[in-house]
Write a protein that binds this ligand. Structure first.
Ligand SMILES: Cc1cc2nc3c(=O)[nH]c(=O)nc-3n(C[C@H](O)[C@H](O)[C@H](O)COP(=O)(O)O)c2cc1C
Length: 177
């Protein structure tokens, strides 16, 4: 063991699960953002937490409409999923830019991403300001899945995505396909 930097530690801990946060902007348009900082925080009732940078457009969306979907993109969606983590919704419609089709949610206003492997519909119950992010804790109201598309995306540091399934089969750099 040796002393390493925070940055090196995060790289060493790769891959990190990668998901898409779907929110509604104050003007009612839907936005998508790539998220690595999410976690399950309660089994029963099911609850999740996401950590969103204070400057993100998605943070403004969540503070205006505290509901979100967390949609785990399929391998075939890697290119669009990466765009959602590198472009701001302030600069355009990321559903259109990423080539994703919105699908109505059942119990929240933000839409789901059609074709995602797993999607959670969530309602924010708590908000905590951290150093430079805001942590949102939410109840999971509905769960959707596509067992026929088992590969999920993981980020290596914040540089690229790989796909891994539950049996540890993996595919490198799907965003380059
Ligand atoms: C692999 C990866 C993981 C990311 N995870 C987060 C995260 O957990 N929280 C966050 O605030 N930003 C995260 N980002 C950055 C945002 O997705 C990015 O800044 C995005 O453009 C913000 O979009 P918005 O301005 O439309 O909200 C991540 C980006 C990548 C590439």
């Amino acid at each position: 063991m040796q002393t390493i930097t925070w940055d090196e530690a995060i790289m060493l801990l790769s891959p990190h699960s990668y998901t898409l946060l779907s929110t509604l902007a104050p003007d009612g348009r839907a936005n998508l953002m790539g998220v690595g900082w999410w976690t399950i925080v309660s089994w029963a009732p099911p609850q999740l937490a996401i950590s969103i940078g204070r400057a993100q457009f998605s943070r403004e969306c969540l503070d205006a409409i505290p509901e979100f979907a967390l949609c785990f993109p399929a391998l075939s969606q890697a290119r669009g999923a990466w765009l959602c983590g590198t472009v701001s919704g302030r600069d355009g419609d990321k559903f259109a830019m990423a080539g994703f089709t919105p699908r109505p949610s059942e119990r929240i206003r933000p839409p789901l991403v059609d074709g995602a492997t797993v999607s959670f519909e969530c309602k924010v119950t708590n908000r905590l300001v951290t150093g430079d992010h805001v942590l949102y804790i939410a109840d999971v109201l509905e769960v959707h899945g596509s067992p026929e598309s088992p590969m999920h995306l993981y980020s290596i540091h914040y540089n690229k995505l790989v796909a891994i399934d539950k049996d540890l089969h993996h595919v490198d750099s799907p965003e380059d396909e």
